[in-house]
Write a protein of this length. Sequence first.
Length: 292
Amino acid sequence: MAWPRISFVTGKGGTGKSTVAAALAVALSRRRPTTLADLDGRLSAAALLGAHPKNSTPVKVSDSLDVIALSARAELEAFIQRIVPVRMISRRMLKSRTFGYVTAALPGLAAFLLLEKSRILGGDAALHDRYVVIDAPASGTALELLSVASGVKNLAPTGTLNRLADSVSIFLRDATRFGAIVTSSPEELAIREALETTAAIRDGGITTIAALMNRVPDKLFDTSELAALSLAGNHAHLAVMRNATREHGLIGARRLAEAGLETIVLPMLFTPSIGLAELSEIADVLDAELLD
């Protein structure tokens, strides 16, 4: 299928979601100009690329890759300033107790405006032939975010918010504009959460591009070599654990594939830190096995 303009990367915390998002942005930037939109609040993916954005102003990583930071609060403030263009009044509104009551009465408004910002980014990306990779929150929060448009429609059955919610819902279900990528790691809880997350995303009518089984080590020893290491104590235990982790990862990848997902196995990088060189190594795998 044609790659969507927005790639929404989520997964269980600890599965390397931000690393995968940053590596995917590197891989896509080899084909088209790409923006990494860091949405997880910690700016982990941006930091891996050596960028430290403070807002939605792009920070250049290379000629074809830049990074922005998105936050619910910033989008809420921007929304109020759009509908109340007199700055002095909009600032007072944002600081007022009354405005706090309004936002409490519309739960999910700030999160919804993040989705609206994503829709705008997707439109700009289509107009300028670009890609956007979103380093989304961990899967539980991400699912709440993806479902918030329907909640806003129920709370605002008419008017501006209702029209925006319609536009966001159509955007999320358009496979040419939006698609989700779910990360996992070889641990059973991560695999199970990836399967549950994928099912929930599909139930919402959203396309899941792929599942990425992250941090799967290469097989280092065969059975006879492990037997020869049996007297080596802790060293033998570590060798067995490494082979077991690989086996769990491959079994998990098969389970994800059986659920109808294109599944890519990503290597474990035995390195004390991750930077552009390591991200490029993962990007090479994504380029060869997912994007081609």
